[in-house]
Design a protein around this ligand. Structure first.
Ligand code: NI
Ligand code: MN
Length: 228
């Protein structure tokens, strides 16, 4: 499985010969100027919630690539109304089998309104289970005891967790989350993009290291290969 960081909370994940794109916010991110959104050709775009810093480039990339958008019911309908052709609506707790693996839409403790003020349904995250590995993409969320359930649903090989604090969990709560989900390999996201969420990366790496867990902080454009 190949994971590429595209800045903020946006990742491209290639598994089972399908390309998944999570929370595209690239053209508006000053730190991601080196990424050309027209070169992205995902098969699926997964969107955790309606905020601008997660959905800004979704319509453009979906139209350009013909990707199927997977999100909550309200967000998928909003995107279809903007001319996106293919969508798959889900809601909290539901699981569906796609050609790359199973997706479960898991709750996040956050808010969700679309850029034009439309109600964006409940925010969520995704648990992906495929032959090539299992992972959790948390979306924007605070620490919640519900995360304990994830360790019971499946064995998670790695997880994308927000670590920037202020709008989501910070490092210390992400460490507790990683214990709850029973996962030792965490890919950090939702940090440094805005002044409110700038973190001390050395301190973050050190804190995870001290509890015997690995925090991976990718450079924008950098990839990471996961082998089960
Ligand atoms: Ni948000
Ligand atoms: Mn956000």
């Amino acid at each position: 499985m190949k994971i590429t960081y595209l800045g903020h909370a946006c990742f491209e994940v290639v598994l089972k010969n399908k390309t998944l794109l999570f929370d595209p916010f690239i053209s508006g991110n000053d730190l991601a100027k080196g990424i050309d959104i027209d070169k992205l050709k995902p098969d699926y775009i997964l969107i955790s919630h309606g905020h601008q810093d997660h959905i800004a480039d979704a319509v453009h990339i979906a139209k350009n690539s013909g990707a199927t958008v997977i999100s909550n019911f309200e967000i998928v309908n909003w995107l279809l109304g903007k001319g996106v052709k293919k969508g798959h609506p889900m809601n909290i707790g539901g699981k569906f089998s796609f050609d790359f693996g199973d997706v479960k839409f898991f709750n996040a403790v956050h808010s969700s309104v679309l850029p034009d003020g439309t109600y964006g349904g409940n925010p969520g995250g995704f648990i992906i289970q495929s032959d090539e590995g299992h992972f959790y993409y948390a979306g924007d969320t605070g620490l919640t005891y519900d995360m304990k359930l994830i360790g019971e649903y499946s064995c998670i090989n790695f997880a994308f967790l927000p670590i920037g604090n202020n709008f989501t969990m910070g490092i210390d709560n992400a460490i507790i989350a990683s214990k709850m989900i029973n996962c030792n390999k965490i890919i950090g996201m939702h940090y440094d993009t805005f002044p409110y969420i700038v973190i001390d990366k050395e301190e973050a790496l050190d804190k995870f290291h001290r509890v015997g867990k690995e925090l991976i902080l990718l450079k924008i454009g950098e990839s990471f290969n996961f082998q089960k």
